[in-house]
Design a protein around this ligand. Structure first.
Ligand SMILES: [Mn+2]
Length: 391
């Protein structure tokens, strides 16, 4: 039996341009590098013989030299041999980063344990045969695994055979594409590999960012560190720990690696009780992630003026506690009768009373006018509270 680690889609250098704070962007990029060290810990603890990275190690086709060196230094610290295929983000071929002088020099100097599999040809180890399907272009017009059908895989001895490929196993293009039109780029046709499956022991896939079994003997490991708000059935932030033997079924375990938690949460408020409940939910969801949190909130329902104030405080707190807070705020304002009375019947403050009165009327209207009135009323309410606090 051979034990190895399958990972993919590190996408080092990913810019995270939707995160507004440059420090947050830098932190997310740094976490993707740090996660490589944790893969090394798993390799050590679980006695993996080698690591395969099924494409998209780098986010871009031409990463800056500093990032290449940093990544190679990290890879060089891994306790076992590492095999990489180019993916669609960091495709191979002439002029690619993999053939640059800097890459070649630094690989020798910093990561002699690394082999970049640039060609579709078998690599024989003592304990496994690797069958790489590297991408030579951003969009490969033909199935990158097609060469395996020309190969006499059965001629190999009884070492397990492991395919490495990068692309989608689902054809998203409409049926009935004519023969002259190019098919979906980087499409891995698992059906056409099925006749070969008796000769193949594991298919290590990259491109999808969640840990998922794509077919018989075929898995996506997903990205090692989460890089987007995942859908519920996706499991990013893992590597696959794989046990293979020739002619057997692979045993595949998802081992958690990532530390940044990406949480999407919806909350519907009813009157003023809501914000406290949101805080409780977020505390629970955060778990042990600390400040390594990406938070996306969908808020709706309605809140009183006090409720809105409390919500603003909670949002400001969580914006500070997280790497990034994104809020889709659809919460309507519904001042309580007491709150309205306190604003509209200020005998010593006829100006505020008058403004509050007309804003209350505008709030009952529809559309933009009501939205602006809600904002203005909230500000007026805050202002009055401040006046009272300093009186
Ligand atoms: Mn990809």
């Amino acid at each position: 039996m051979t034990t190895f680690i399958h990972t993919a889609d590190w996408q080092l250098g990913k810019p995270f341009s939707r995160v507004d704070d440059p420090d947050g962007q830098a932190l997310l990029r740094q976490e993707r590098l740090s996660a490589i060290d944790r893969i090394g810990e798993v390799a050590r603890e679980r006695q993996a013989s080698f690591i395969v990275v099924a494409g998209d190690v780098f986010d871009s086709h031409l990463p800056p030299p500093r990032l290449i060196s940093t990544a190679l230094e990290r890879i060089g610290q891994l306790p076992v041999s590492v095999y990489i295929i180019p993916g669609n983000h960091d495709y191979g071929g002439p002029g690619s980063l993999w053939l640059s002088d800097h890459m070649q020099r630094e690989q020798q100097a910093l990561a002699p344990n690394l082999t970049v599999l640039l060609h579709a040809e078998p690599l024989e180890r003592d304990d496994a045969i690797l069958l790489p399907c590297p991408l030579q272009h951003k969009k490969a017009a033909t199935d990158p695994t097609a060469w395996l059908r020309e190969l006499d895989i059965a001629a190999f001895d009884d070492r397990p055979r492991i395919v490495l490929a990068h692309g989608s196993t689902v054809n998203f293009q409409a049926e009935g594409d004519s023969e002259d039109e190019p098919g979906q780029a980087n499409f891995i046709n698992l059906e056409r590999l099925t006749p070969l499956l008796p000769e193949i022991d594991y298919i290590a896939l990259g491109d999808w960012h969640g840990f998922v079994q794509a077919g018989e003997k075929a898995w996506y490991a997903g990205s090692h560190e989460t890089d987007r708000f995942p859908k519920t059935d996706q499991r990013p932030g893992h590597v696959a720990l794989v046990d293979v033997r020739r002619g057997g079924s692979p045993q595949v375990e998802a081992v958690p690696i990532g530390t940044v938690r990406w949480i999407e949460h919806s909350e519907t408020f009813v009157a003023s009780a809501g914000p406290g409940q949101l805080n409780t939910s977020l505390e629970r969801l955060r778990g042990d992630a600390g400040s390594k949190l990406m938070l996306k909130l969908h808020l709706d329902g309605y809140l009183s003026l006090d409720g809105h104030d409390a919500l603003q405080t909670i949002l400001a707190t969580w914006a500070a506690r997280t790497i990034h807070l994104r809020v889709d705020n659809q919460v309507a304002l519904q001042p309580s009768d007491d709150e309205l009375a306190a604003l509209t019947t200020r005998s010593d403050d006829p100006l505020i009373s008058g403004v509050a009165q007309s804003l209350t009327e505008a709030l009952a209207a529809e559309g933009e006018e009501a939205e602006l009135a809600a904002i203005a009323l909230t500000l007026l309410h805050q202002h009055v509270r401040q006046l009272e606090a300093t009186a």
